[in-house]
Ligand binder design. Structure first.
Ligand code: ADP
Ligand code: MG
Length: 251
């Protein structure tokens, strides 16, 4: 379980995030949605302690994020940021190996290599594992970063718009991989999604943010309503019955 209690972060007089009060249950996939600038990345990076908060408290599985030693926290939660992915002369396999750092401190054991291979297989990167990151397409690189995060082998996985740069097939595959990670590996996945229809199809819960606040939290059934989505996104949205459940139409 992830809990936020009165969490605030002020960037300036004009931009204030929070206070955020939220409980994300353990297990399954929770999608974070909302317009640009709503505060989704801020929320995720505070949970992952890549950014501090001005007040309030965050706990992950009972561990106070502000007080837990980094060494310990890195075995509980992993995070893929929306930006700042480094592109260097690293191969895919070397990058995925970085996910093992909290355990190996740079000396990879046989077990580490096994977990790295599993993460590479999980994202169908076998044929690309020897390639350098700067020799990949944006979507291939995105999958390599997700593999790195999964190799960190944490119960909690935070992903900020991991479908960016992915074509339809890889977008769908990525969500199927993440559902499998939740169901078969028992991971708790919190994912920022741009496309509400991916959230409706693959998430167990949807959390909607707007103007630095959490404005909705519920099942896809509860959130996929004309009035709810129209309010969240400030644009007319119509929900129709699709072949696999509700679909939002907004163009
Ligand atoms: P989202 O991920 O939902 O698009 P963000 O969390 O990135 O939103 O941003 C929330 C708000 O905080 C936006 O208004 C954004 O302009 C502002 N913001 C984000 N990062 C910074 C920063 N480093 N300095 C100042 N303002 C920021
Ligand atoms: Mg963002």
């Amino acid at each position: 379980m992830i809990t936020l209690d009165g969490v605030r972060r002020n960037y300036s007089n004009e931009v204030a995030i929070g206070p955020l009060d939220l409980t994300i249950p353990a297990g399954g996939v929770t999608a974070l949605i909302g317009p640009n600038g709503a505060g989704k990345s801020t929320l995720l990076t505070m949970i992952g302690r890549l950014m501090g908060m001005d007040s309030g408290a965050i706990a992950i599985a009972g561990n106070d994020v502000a007080r837990t030693p980094s060494k310990h926290l890195a075995r509980i939660v992993s995070i893929l940021r929306q930006e700042n992915h480094f592109i260097t002369r690293l191969t895919v396999r070397q990058l995925v190996g970085f996910g093992r750092f909290p355990y190996s401190k740079g000396r990879l054991t046989v077990d580490d290599e096994k977990i790295i291979s599993q993460a590479i297989d999980f994202l169908h990167l076998q044929d690309l594992e020897g390639r350098y990151l700067d020799e990949l397409s944006g979507g291939q690189r995105q999958r390599a970063y997700v593999a790195m995060v999964l190799a960190q082998d944490t119960e909690y996985v935070l992903l900020d718009e991991p479908l960016n740069n992915l074509d339809m097939r890889h977008g769908v595959q990525m969500m199927q991989h993440l559902r499998r990670a939740a169901e078969e590996l028992g991971r708790t996945i919190v994912i920022v999604l741009h496309d509400i229809n991916f959230a409706a199809r693959y998430a167990d819960r949807i959390c909607a943010m707007k103007n630095g606040a959490i404005v909705e939290f519920g099942t896809p059934q509860e959130i996929m309503q004309d009035d709810v989505l129209t309010r969240v996104f400030d644009t007319p949205v119509q929900v129709i019955d699709g072949p696999h459940g509700p679909l939002a139409v907004y163009y």
